[in-house]
Design a protein around this ligand. Structure first.
Ligand code: PLP
Length: 415
C-alpha cells in the first residue's frame, strides 16, 4: 500500500460513487477490500541503507511512500485524507481527532500575534470561545459580526491585520446560509484567507472550494462518521497550506487514532446515500412543522419562508438534515413536547443514523439566564432537530402525536 495517488480510482460525477471510491486506492494492501487498521506506534526499517534512502527522500524531496513514526502518519489517516480531499474537490486534506482540534490547529498554525479574525455570530459556540479567549491570550483579536450582514462583515475587516474571515454554512441553530461568492471576493480583495465550516452541509450539498474559498473544515464527528460513534475533524484546501498543517500536526501531536480513522472511512462510503435521504426527509418534516398550529416558527433553508432560501437554492444541492423550530409555548411546554417523543434521542450532535433532538436553552446555553440567552438570539422554546436516517413518515407521526398534547395557548396575555 502506498500513500501516493498513483493507483487511485478516477474522478466520478456522482456524489455516491465519489463517497464509495473517490480518493481510494484500488489496492489497499493484503488484497483487503477495506483499509487495514495498522495499529502501530512506529515503523521498522530493514537496514540502515533503507533508513538513509528514506531520509534522502524526506530531506531532499520526492514522494514519501512510507512512514517512520505514527505521529507523522498512518495508512488509515492518509486514506481518509485522500477521500475527504476528493469529496471536496480539494488538492489535499488533513484530519484531526475532533472538529475542534481541526479549527484550533488551523488558527494556531497560521496566525501570528497582532493578527485578526472576523467571524459571524451564529457559529459553533466553542469555536467562538476559543477565538475570544485562547487566541486573545496570544494577541490575536476576533471581531464577531451578525450573520447575514455583509456590510458589517466588510466593515469589521482591518486592513493588513485581518488574516481570516470565518463562518459556518448553514449555521447552528438558525441554518443561515453564507454568500460564498461574496466571501471569496472579500477574501481576495482584503488579502484575508477564507474558512468555511460546512459540517452541516457536507460536500454532498456544498463544495465551498468551487466558489474560491481557501479552506473548508468539518466536524467529521457528524455526517462524515455518520453513526454517532466517533469524534474526528478535517480541513481541506490547497496542497501547500495543507502540508504546513500536516507538518504542524506532527509537532503538536494532535493525531487521530487509526481505529477512529477507520470508522470515519466506513462512514464516508455511505455519506451521499445518507445525506440525500436526510435532505428529503428534512424537507418533508420542515413542511409538516410549518403547517402545524402548535409550531410558531420553522427555520429550514429549504422553506421559502427562510431568509436565505434563494441563496441556498442557488448555492446548494440540498438543504441538509437539521431543522430548528419554536414550539408554541414556554420552556416547559417545549421540554414536555421533547420528552414525549419516541424516535429522536435527547442529545447534542447531529449527522448520524439516529435522530437527535435538543433544546438549546438547556444544552449549549444552560449557564445563561433566559434574558441573556435571548440577547444571543436563543429563545426558550427553540428546538433543534437533527434528522437521522429514519423514514420521514415515522418521524412526522411521532411529532404529530406529541404536538397534539401541547396545550392550546391560554387566552390570557396571548394574542
Ligand atoms: C460539532 C461541531 C464542531 C466541533 O466538532 P467536534 O468534532 O465535536 O470537536 C464544530 N463545528 C460545527 C458546526 C459542529 O457542529
Amino acid at each position: 500500500m502506498t500513500r501516493t495517488n498513483s493507483k487511485e480510482n478516477g474522478q466520478y460525477k456522482g456524489a455516491s460513487t465519489r463517497s464509495v471510491h473517490g480518493g481510494a486506492p484500488r489496492d489497499k494492501g493484503f488484497h483487503a477490500m477495506t483499509t487495514p487498521i495498522v495499529q502501530t506506534a512506529t515503523y521498522t526499517f530493514d537496514s540502515t541503507a533503507d533508513v538513509i534512502k528514506f531520509l534522502d527522500k524526506k530531506v531532499y524531496g520526492g514522494e514519501l511512500d512510507r512512514e517512520e513514526y505514527a505521529r507523522y502518519g498512518n495508512p488509515s489517516v492518509w486514506s481518509i485524507e485522500r477521500r475527504i480531499a476528493h469529496l471536496e474537490g480539494a488538492e489535499d486534506a488533513v484530519v484531526y481527532p475532533s472538529g475542534m482540534s481541526a479549527v484550533t490547529s488551523l488558527f494556531l498554525t497560521v496566525l501570528r500575534p497582532g493578527t485578526h479574525i472576523v467571524m459571524t455570530d451564529d457559529c459553533y459556540r466553542r469555536t467562538r470561545q476559543f477565538c475570544e479567549t485562547t487566541l486573545k491570550k496570544f494577541g490575536i483579536d476576533t471581531s464577531v459580526v451578525p450573520m447575514g450582514d455583509s456590510a458589517a462583515l466588510e466593515a469589521a475587516i482591518v486592513p493588513k491585520k485581518t488574516r481570516f474571515i470565518f463562518t459556518e454554512t448553514p449555521t447552528n441553530p438558525y441554518l443561515r446560509v453564507a454568500d460564498l461568492h461574496h466571501l471569496a471576493e472579500l477574501g481576495v480583495r482584503h488579502r484575508a484567507m477564507t474558512l468555511l465550516d460546512t459540517t452541516f452541509a457536507t460536500p454532498v450539498n456544498l463544495r465551498p472550494l468551487e466558489f474560491g474559498i481557501d479552506f473548508v473544515m468539518h466536524s467529521a464527528t457528524k455526517y462524515f462518521g455518520g453513526h454517532n460513534d466517533v469524534l474526528a475533524g478535517a480541513i481541506a484546501g490547497g496542497a501547500g497550506r495543507i502540508k504546513a498543517l500536516k507538518d504542524a500536526r506532527g509537532i503538536m501531536g494532535n493525531v487521530i487514532d487509526p481505529h477512529q480513522a477507520f470508522l470515519v472511512e466506513r462512514g464516508l462510503k455511505t455519506l451521499a446515500l445518507r445525506v440525500r435521504h436526510q435532505n428529503e426527509s428534512a424537507l418533508d418534516v420542515a413542511r409538516f412543522l410549518e403547517n402545524h398550529p402548535k409550531i410558531d416558527r420553522v427555520y429550514y433553508p429549504g422553506l421559502p419562508s427562510h431568509p436565505d432560501h434563494e441563496l441556498a437554492r442557488a448555492q446548494m444541492r440540498g438543504f441538509g438534515g437539521v431543522i430548528s423550530f419554536e414550539v408554541a409555548g414556554d420552556i416547559k411546554t417545549t421540554s414536555d413536547f421533547i420528552d414525549r417523543l419516541r424516535i429522536p434521542y435527547i442529545a447534542p450532535s447531529l449527522g448520524g443514523t439516529e435522530s437527535l433532538i435538543e433544546q438549546p436553552a438547556y444544552f449549549s446555553y444552560y449557564d445563561l439566564s433566559s434574558e441573556e440567552r435571548l440577547a444571543v438570539g436563543i429563545k426558550d422554546n427553540l428546538v433543534r432537530f437533527a434528522l437521522g436516517i429514519e423514514d420521514a413518515e415515522d418521524i412526522i407521526e411521532d411529532l404529530e402525536r406529541s404536538l397534539e398534547q401541547v396545550p392550546a395557548r391560554s387566552a390570557v396575555g396571548q394574542v
